[in-house]
Design a protein around this ligand. Structure first.
Ligand code: TYM
Length: 337
């Protein structure tokens, strides 16, 4: 039996693009589950800078955000001693496996990706082939590490399913090569909605509808104060995502931040209107993010430490990635150098 088959812990892979600030959405949907899974699993967490350039980035901002994102990962509780933390472009095997897997992915499959359709509509003047083939690179990210689980928010489910399809197809042609990964999607916070438009996902490209991990308390207060609530005459804190999407989103955020369930939140605020609920949600997020922001600011000033973390991470990640890539190259018929 190969070493991969007898490993003791299951493996996790996930990543976030440094294309903007880390948001309350990426925290609830992804990072905090990454932290929770660290002890039980063998975890590999990435800053996917190669994904970020699928839409135009300012190079200086991309560099700054990549490093800041690493500081924020650690401040959230990701421990470089337990988990591998690295930057995608430091491990060349991602691009190489991405190319091979692209030859086992159908144009039609990629055309059906809802995120491609959304992003192409937003960036109509710059629909690159990178934006189109991005789910193939994401499949390479996951399969290189033979990951069992991929903790992501709801919006990434379709990409993880495509990754499974690609892996299954490859395994079918060449015999077992890749583990088939599964998406790990949290019960609460898998789809945090925009504060400005509670019918669309909270996203870093919509600054006012979005809470960032590094927002100062006064910004958080301001954004929640302006959060769209519902135009029903009821003015009561009741969960009903269809008819009261605004307040339902706030209930979900409050519940996810405090660990309460929705019913308890409704009970706690029974008889109170949106006017007193919004500041309570803001306070819960301020307290949740305060220690993270302070620690991230401290770490961000320690460039030497951050450098040592990403260097070590890349080295450990490359070892795992190289094993998979070598296997793949052999199976498809490339002559070893
Ligand atoms: P990205 O960078 O858009 O988002 C990062 C993670 O945060 C989750 N997320 C949310 N969860 C709940 N509510 C929201 N409003 C919200 N917004 C974002 C996302 O689901 C994601 O888990 N393609 C990926 C990055 C990636 C990746 C990978 C992920 C590249 N390779 C391999 C897992 C495995 C992306 O663009 O995520």
């Amino acid at each position: 039996m190969s070493e991969e088959n007898i490993r003791e812990k299951k493996r996790i892979f996930s990543g976030i693009q440094p294309s903007g600030e880390l948001t309350l959405g990426s925290y609830m949907g992804a990072i905090r589950n990454w932290v929770a899974l660290q002890d039980e699993y063998d975890c590999v967490y990435c800053i996917v800078d190669m994904h970020a350039i699928t839409v135009r980035q300012n190079p200086a901002d991309l560099r700054r955000r990549t490093l800041a994102q690493l500081a924020q990962y650690i401040a959230c509780g990701l421990d470089p001693k337990k988990s591998i933390l690295f930057i995608q472009s430091h491990v060349h095997q991602h691009a190489e496996l991405g190319w091979v897997l692209g030859c086992y992915t159908q144009f039609g499959e990629l055309s059906r990706m809802t995120q491609f359709k959304d992003k192409a509509a937003k960036h109509a003047d710059n629909i690159t082939s990178g934006l189109f083939t991005y789910p193939v690179l994401m499949a390479a990210d996951i399969l290189l590490y033979q990951a069992d689980l991929v903790p992501v928010g709801e919006d990434q489910r379709q990409h993880v399913e495509l990754c499974r399809d690609i892996a299954q197809r490859f395994n079918g042609v060449y015999s077992d090569t890749f583990r088939l990964p599964e998406a790990f999607i949290p019960k609460m916070g898998a789809r945090v909605m925009s504060l400005g438009d509670p019918t669309s996902k909270m996203s870093k490209s919509d600054p006012d509808g979005c809470i960032n991990l590094m927002d100062k308390p006064e910004e958080i207060v301001r954004k929640f104060k302006r959060a769209v609530t519902d135009s029903d005459s009821e003015n009561c804190v009741r969960f009903d995502s269809e008819n009261k999407p605004g307040v339902s989103n706030l209930i979900t955020i409050y519940a996810a931040a405090t660990g309460m369930d929705r019913e308890n939140v409704e009970q706690k605020f029974a008889g109170q209107g949106y006017g007193s609920f919004k500041p309570a949600v803001a306070d819960a997020i301020i307290e949740l993010f305060r220690p993270i922001r302070e620690e991230a600011e401290r770490l961000n000033a320690d460039k030497e430490y951050l450098e040592s973390v990403y260097r070590d991470g890349a080295e450990r990640a490359s070892c795992v990635a190289e094993k998979t890539l070598r296997k793949v190259y052999k199976k498809v018929g490339f002559i070893p150098r």
